[in-house]
Write a protein that binds this ligand. Structure first.
Ligand code: GTB
Length: 217
C-alpha cells in the first residue's frame, strides 16, 4: 500500500522546506518509496480526524495500512527499517545510525528550535538581546562539539544514513541565523545533504504545495 503522510496546506515557511514533512519526504525519496500527501489546514490539524492520528495536532503523520504514526523520527525509522539504504546492514552500525537520529532530535534540535522561537516571538521583550545571546551560546556549544566530531568527514559515521538525514534536517533550521557560516565543515555537510537528488526531489515536492496554494489565491 502506498503510504500517506500529512503536510501543511499553507506552509508557514513559504516553501523553504523547514516544516518536518520535508525530512520524511526526503527519506521516502532516498529509498524510492512513492507516497501520497494529505494536506491539512491549521484548523484541520486541531479537528478530531487529525487528532486521532496525532494527539498533538501536528504534521507530519504517517499511515501505511499496517501502522499509523506521528513524530518525524518514528516515521523515518519506519521507512529506514522497511527499505535498504538508510541504515547500515551490520547491527552495530545500525545502532549508531539510530543513535545519531536521537542525537539530532534530542540533543541538537531543541536548542535550535529554542533559538528560532526567541528570535521570532520574543523580539519585543526588554530582555530580548540577553536571552538571544544565552540561547545562541547554548547552540554554539553544541555546534562546536558536532563540528569537532565531524571534522572533514563527509558523513557522521561512514556512509550516508538516516542519522545524517536527521542531523542535516535539524541544522537547516539555523539557515537565516548566519550561525552555520562560522562552521565551514557543518555548512559543507548540510550542502552535501541538500545536493543529494533525493533531497532535491523532496524539496521540490514540498515547494510545489506552496506554489499551488499561491496560484489558487
Ligand atoms: N516532534 C515532532 C516531529 O518531529 O514530528 C514535531 C512536529 C511539529 O513541530 N510539527 C509542526 C506543526 O505541525 C510543523 S514542523 N505545527 C503546527 C501546530 O503545532 O499547530 C515545525 C515548523 C513549523 C514552521 C516552520 N517554519 O515556518 O519555518 C518550520 C518548522
Amino acid at each position: 500500500m502506498t503510504p500517506t503522510i500529512t503536510a501543511f496546506q499553507n506552509s508557514p515557511d513559504r516553501g523553504r522546506g523547514l516544516a518536518r514533512d520535508t525530512r520524511v519526504r526526503w527519506a521516502l525519496e532516498e529509498v524510492g518509496q512513492p507516497y501520497d500527501v494529505r494536506l491539512r489546514t491549521f484548523a484541520e490539524l486541531k479537528a478530531p480526524e487529525h487528532l486521532a492520528l496525532n494527539p498533538f495536532g501536528q504534521i507530519p503523520t504517517w499511515e501505511d495500512g499496517e501502522v499509523a504514526l506521528f513524530e518525524s523520527g518514528a516515521i523515518i525509522l519506519r521507512i529506514a527499517e522497511a527499505h535498504g539504504g538508510l541504515l547500515p546492514p551490520d547491527p552495530a552500525g545500525r545502532a549508531r545510525a539510530i543513535m545519531w537520529m536521537f542525537a539530532a532530535l534530542n540533543t541538537v534540535e531543541p536548542l535550535i528550535v529554542d533559538r528560532t522561537m526567541v528570535s521570532l516571538f520574543e523580539r519585543d521583550q526588554p530582555w530580548f538581546e540577553a536571552r538571544l545571546t544565552a540561547v545562541e551560546t547554548q547552540c554554539r556549544r553544541r555546534l562546536d562539539q558536532l563540528s569537532a566530531y565531524l571534522g572533514q568527514a563527509d558523513w557522521l559515521d561512514g556512509d550516508f544514513s538516516a542519522g545524517d538525514l536527521m542531523m542535516i534536517s535539524v541544522l537547516q533550521r539555523l539557515g537565516s541565523s548566519g550561525m552555520l557560516e562560522d562552521y565551514p565543515n557543518l555548512a559543507a555537510y548540510v550542502a552535501r545533504g541538500e545536493a543529494r537528488p533525493a533531497y532535491q526531489r523532496a524539496f521540490a515536492a514540498q515547494k510545489a504545495v506552496f506554489e499551488a496554494a499561491q496560484t489558487a489565491v
